[in-house]
Write a protein that binds this ligand. Sequence first.
Ligand code: HEC
Ligand code: HEC
Ligand code: HEC
Ligand code: HEC
Ligand code: HEC
Ligand code: HEC
Ligand code: HEC
Ligand code: HEC
Ligand code: HEC
Ligand code: HEC
Length: 307
Amino acid sequence: MTARIFLLGLAFFAALPAQQTVSGGYIGSGTCRLCHPDTAQGFNRNPHFRLPALTPEAPGGTACEDCHGPGREHFEGKGDKTKIVRFPLQAAADVIDRCLRCHAKDIGKMEFRRSSHATAEIGCVSCHKIHQAPEIGPLLHAAERDTCYGCHAAIRARFDLPFKHRVNEGAMRCSDCHNPHGAPQATWGGSPSTAMVRHAFGNDTVCTGCHADKRGPFVYEHEPVRVEGCASCHNPHGSTNARLLNRPAVFTMCLECHNNVIGFGPRETGIPAPGASFHNLREPRFQNCVTCHARIHGSNADALFRR
Ligand code: HEC
Ligand code: HEC
Ligand code: HEC
Ligand code: HEC
Ligand code: HEC
Ligand code: HEC
Ligand code: HEC
Ligand code: HEC
Ligand code: HEC
Ligand code: HEC
């Protein structure tokens, strides 16, 4: 910051009281702009540009200071950096508090605070960039998936597998399934956390929002579809197996549960194994279970899901 700009600011400040009311250590966005022309430039395209109009009652009511706090000491200290809120240096919890003052309506406060992002001390500005954000998405550091991959590199590889949801191709976004701000439910399927998975239709799993035919209710439900959830058989990101299945051979997946082992299943009497008198599992035709049990997600006609 050059001395010339600083002096300009000083001159402006001298003239301030005549131009606008300042109180509580606020100096007004106009003053910030004088010394920070680069940052202020283009701010009129930022959704936060509307702040002065929307929050007239705020002390100062001046966009810049709504986020950065009162700037008088910063100004009087000739741009003393320690006297102004600098987001990258703030603890995640402080950033979250500051942003949620205004965004608690669109973002469930409790949901966010419970989310694995907040508990891992990921604050709002780890994903969001307020100034000069690229024109993609809602003020993110980069295109959404690249913002996520910045920390979740391993997930990118899953979306490059032969069978996948086409996130890397731009046909879908992480946020179609996840709410990065946290999810309201306590758990997701069999996983111990919410995995921040969204809901469709009130309380239903997000998957049925697009795959509506899997939603049910069916006269004959296949228990794991509703209880453990889709991920008990599918990898939601990507897989080397067709249909995003967790295992290359369908029957190995079925037999993980259908093996009569006591202690599992709705009555803990074991989940019934395919009866050996009929199923000859050495015969190849019995190995692709879904050629016969074709309505594997549930059926309205047959308790054994064959039609
Ligand atoms: C919605 C909150 C918010 C508002 C409003 C806001 N800022 Fe910022 N500012 C931030 C955040 C967050 C950062 C950290 C970098 C980023 O996200 O771009 C930042 C960074 C800065 C920086 C550091 C340099 C830079 O460009 O990254 C300056 C200087 C700055 N802001 C000045 C201003 C001025 C001047 C205004 C008013 C025109 C303003 N800010 C309005 C949140 C805000
Ligand atoms: C009189 C000039 C002047 C005014 C007015 C001024 N600043 Fe600054 N500001 C500076 C200088 C100089 C720096 C230090 C820049 C540096 O060292 O890179 C600075 C630094 C900052 C930083 C930290 C940037 C960083 O790199 O971390 C922020 C944020 C900031 N100012 C925001 C504001 C806001 C918001 C306002 C209005 C309330 C404001 N400034 C008003 C001169 C000013
Ligand atoms: C003083 C109130 C206030 C504060 C503090 C604030 N915002 Fe905002 N924010 C707004 C308003 C108002 C809008 C515009 C909303 C609209 O147009 O519907 C907005 C818009 C946004 C958007 C764009 C939403 C969209 O629909 O594209 C994002 C992202 C955002 N804010 C993030 C943040 C972050 C991150 C912080 C903290 C660094 C923050 N905001 C601090 C009031 C605030
Ligand atoms: C892990 C990354 C991440 C974090 C952390 C994060 N966001 Fe977001 N945010 C996103 C993404 C991605 C979107 C766009 C997708 C969507 O609408 O859900 C978004 C959208 C938004 C929007 C506009 C859409 C809406 O839901 O209203 C606002 C406002 C917003 N974020 C504010 C915040 C605030 C405030 C915080 C901190 C309390 C925060 N974000 C933390 C990634 C994040
Ligand atoms: C700044 C780093 C960072 C960014 C950016 C980020 N995450 Fe995370 N994410 C984490 C950390 C840390 C955790 C918690 C530890 C873990 O599970 O890896 C986490 C956990 C998660 C989880 C697991 C939740 C659970 O409860 O099991 C999901 C889902 C997730 N992130 C999605 C996203 C999405 C979607 C985006 C992009 C919008 C994103 N993340 C961006 C760091 C980040
Ligand atoms: C088709 C829906 C869908 C999309 C798209 C999606 N996810 Fe997921 N993701 C899920 C589900 C469902 C789970 C929970 C899986 C489980 O319970 O086994 C999950 C789990 C996760 C986890 C935690 C468990 C793990 O595998 O590490 C992270 C992190 C994650 N997703 C990040 C992302 C990121 C980043 C993107 C975008 C690049 C993304 N997801 C896109 C549905 C999706
Ligand atoms: C936003 C819509 C959307 C959501 C949400 C969604 N999917 Fe998909 N899914 C698709 C589309 C579109 C395809 C087609 C594949 C493509 O894009 O090439 C697909 C393909 C699939 C396939 C492979 C189908 C085939 O014929 O090979 C499976 C399995 C699947 N999804 C399961 C899931 C699961 C499980 C979830 C929840 C974790 C989910 N989907 C969430 C849109 C969605
Ligand atoms: C018990 C294991 C299992 C569960 C749980 C499960 N699926 Fe499937 N799913 C399969 C099998 C096996 C196939 C392959 C069927 C075939 O090849 O004919 C399949 C195929 C699919 C397909 C592609 C073919 C079609 O029928 O459209 C989609 C989409 C799909 N599943 C979505 C889902 C969704 C969404 C959920 C959760 C609501 C779910 N699945 C739960 C086993 C399961
Ligand atoms: C995550 C565990 C799980 C997986 C994987 C699974 N099932 Fe099931 N399945 C169950 C449970 C639990 C029941 C209900 C059993 C009961 O009521 O005793 C059931 C019921 C059935 C039934 C109805 C028969 C009956 O006794 O009620 C058939 C047929 C069936 N499954 C076929 C399959 C096939 C074929 C696959 C592989 C594509 C498969 N299942 C994968 C858990 C699973
Ligand atoms: C050729 C068609 C066909 C194939 C392939 C097939 N099933 Fe069956 N399945 C049936 C018929 C028919 C019944 C009813 C048998 C009866 O009434 O005795 C049945 C019944 C069942 C039952 C209920 C318990 C029982 O034996 O009556 C389960 C569980 C089951 N099958 C699972 C599987 C699994 C797992 C596979 C793959 C390893 C599989 N089935 C492959 C046709 C098939």
